[in-house]
Ligand binder design. Structure first.
Ligand code: NAD
Length: 491
């Protein structure tokens, strides 16, 4: 399959400078495709196409019609489930069952926002009471305009869906910029958009190097909104870049989420959720519970069981049966994770399990599930987002200490707590400074529920109704209904 063209204004265009870059299968380090590297001129074409589709067509006025397109996209994604899941495995490295979840969730996301587009059609205007009866006011919600969605590589099609579906439901037109490591399913989404007849210019997809076209797009005066998911440093750059034209901005920037396990927890359940919380998707998850706090009474036993369980995880190519841990996404991420592990070892942090490339896998960006214990709170293993299968664990004595340690972070995306005492779970959940809290589990994510973080984890919320509101402006239309003169000048 070919990925050397850009999807702009309903057409497949070769980049102006003819350039491409390699997409690599992280399980064997072999090239799987040449991907179009958009230039600034191509990005400009995409902006103009989106601007024209927003300003000069009635796309933003037709919520019911938009719902029809969104449902058609959902259906087409489901029809191509097997093919899309396999592309995701080859491009990203994740195990096939997880890729299947992603594709199913992406389809579900388009259906969910189709429903919301229909509701938007029903309830567009809201009359609000005013303190002066001579006036009446109607509040309506309108599309924010042209949006630019910049997404990461950890859930390639799903992250596209989280932004494209609500933006289209709201009536925006947009430019989607996938991560260079994983562009393929985004381009498949372009083919799907074309197949279902989405009007030209409504969705434009430009693959390319983030540092080259990203700043151009995020500063562009004709883009009204930027939605970004990725690293904190790039998020900060985007804030600055978007500030020039005071753009509407939403950011999802990752985290270092804590999982507090109290001594009355079921140990088997604790092991299962700790492992899922940090090892699914190879730990390349913004909400991964990468810091685990265990009540002292069960600390030694839980660590022992966890290390045993981690060593049984099957590591390998994502299409192999029963594989739970695939390779990391690329050489850069592999090196970054290995450096963090190396630093931990050098500084004398106790390594309980893993910490190296699996002996049986000579090629590919594989890292063993890795557990560090008694991690000092000032160590980078405890404070920094590693974005790999590396968990930092330490013990606590009191509930108050656990909450204080959990909140001691520049991030606030997610947190989790486990105990049989539901009142305690609720109390702790209320005190954790994060946008997503799980009780007796970690990671399950629902399209209906808000997603986003406190502190440096970002601004705004995706998913649910909040995800739609990200792409809506609020307008008041106030009328003077009285026959009497207003009387400021002519009293
Ligand atoms: P990144 O932030 O560099 O890239 C994310 C997206 O931003 C990509 O599409 C990229 O092309 C684009 N981009 C890069 N520079 C840009 C710029 N100057 N302006 C606009 N867009 C730009 O993330 P990465 O290099 O892929 O990963 C680095 C780290 O980011 C990871 O190790 C991890 O810690 C974190 N990360 C977080 C998430 C998350 O879900 N929050 C996802 C992926 C990575």
């Amino acid at each position: 399959m070919s990925y050397n063209q850009l999807y702009i204004n309903g057409q497949w265009l070769t980049p102006k400078n003819g350039q491409t870059f390699s997409s690599i299968d992280p399980s064997n380090e072999q090239e799987i495709a040449q991907v179009a590297a958009a230039s600034v001129e191509d990005a400009e074409l995409a902006v103009q196409a989106a601007r024209q589709a927003f300003d000069q067509t009635d796309w933003s006025q037709q919520p019911k019609q938009r719902a029809v397109y969104l449902r058609a996209i959902a259906q087409e994604i489901r029809q191509q489930l097997d093919q899309l899941a396999e592309i995701e495995v080859r491009d990203n490295g994740k195990p096939l069952p997880e890729a299947v979840w992603d594709i199913q969730d992406a389809a579900g996301c388009f259906d969910f926002y189709a429903d919301l587009a229909e509701q938007l059609a029903e309830n567009q205007d809201e009359q609000i009471p005013l303190s002066d009866e001579r006036f009446s006011s109607v509040v309506c919600k309108e599309a924010v305009g042209v949006a630019c969605a910049i997404i990461p590589w950890n859930y390639p099609l799903l992250m596209a869906a989280w932004k494209v579906a609500p933006a289209l439901a709201a009536g925006c037109t947009l430019i989607l910029k996938p991560a260079e490591a994983t562009s393929l399913t985004a381009m498949e989404l372009g083919r799907i958009a074309e197949k279902v007849g989405l009007p030209a210019g409504v969705l434009n997809i430009v693959t390319g190097i983030g540092s080259e076209i990203g700043p151009y797009l995020t500063a562009h005066p004709e883009i009204d909104k930027v939605a970004f998911t990725g690293s904190v440093p790039i998020g900060k750059q985007i804030m600055q870049s978007a500030a020039h034209s005071v753009k509407n901005l939403s950011l999802e920037l990752g985290g270092k989420s804590a999982f507090i396990i109290f001594a009355d927890s079921d140990l088997d359940a604790a092991v299962e959720w700790i492992m899922f919380g940090i090892f699914w998707n190879q730990g390349q998850v913004c909400s991964a519970t990468s810091r685990v706090l265990v009540e002292q009474a069960i600390y030694p036993e839980l660590l022992k069981r966890l290390a045993e369980a981690a060593q049984k995880i099957k590591i390998g190519q994502g299409l192999e049966a029963d594989v739970k841990l695939g390779p990391l996404v690329n050489a850069k991420q592999y090196q970054q994770v290995m450096n963090a592990i190396q630093q931990g070892k050098q500084d004398g942090v106790t390594l309980m399990s893993g910490g190296k490339r699996p002996a049986h896998l000579a090629q590919g960006y594989y890292v063993e599930p890795t557990i560090f214990m008694d991690v000092p709170v000032e160590h980078p293993l405890w404070t920094d987002e590693i974005f790999g299968p590396v968990v930092a664990i330490r013990a606590f004595e009191t509930e108050q200490e656990a909450i204080q340690l959990a909140n001691q972070s520049i991030f606030g995306l997610a947190g989790a707590v486990m105990s049989k005492d539901m009142a305690r779970c609720q109390r702790v959940a209320g005190k954790l400074r994060a946008g997503i809290i799980w009780i007796n589990c970690s990671q399950p994510t629902f399209t209906e529920a808000p997603w986003g973080g406190y502190k440096q984890s970002g601004i705004g919320r995706e998913l649910g109704i909040w995800g739609l509101e990200n792409y809506l402006e609020i307008k008041q239309i106030t009328s003077y209904d009285s026959d009497q003169p207003w009387g400021w000048y002519n009293s």
